[in-house]
Design a protein. Structure first.
Length: 100
């Protein structure tokens, strides 16, 4: 059996996360930690349900990501970087190497 982590899936959930990250970065300039991204992910799901405008912007982020929009790709890369760095401890404790 081979286990594979799919960090950075280009689906709707990532569109929500990218849109939320973009909103927060514009307003606060905040950095990221995995715990903050987890909270942001949960908030983005709630925002998508409560605000049809947010849901539309998140869907457009997925399209932008798939189309190679540099601003969206930059956020996506940062989110992957934060996630991968946080997971290194898990990989270390399991005695495995990260596949990337």
């Amino acid at each position: 059996m081979v286990r594979v982590n799919h960090l950075g899936d280009w689906g709707t959930s990532f569109g929500r996360l990218i849109q939320s990250w973009t909103n927060i970065r514009r307003s606060t300039g905040t950095g990221a930690a995995l715990e903050a991204l987890d909270a942001l992910y949960k908030a983005s799901q709630a925002a998508s349900t409560a605000d049809p405008g947010f849901a539309d912007r998140a869907r457009r982020r997925v399209v932008a990501l798939q189309s190679g929009d540099e601003d969206t790709l930059a956020v996506w890369r940062k989110l992957i970087e934060v996630s991968t760095a946080a997971l290194q401890d898990v990989y270390r404790r399991l005695g495995t190497a990260h596949p990337c």
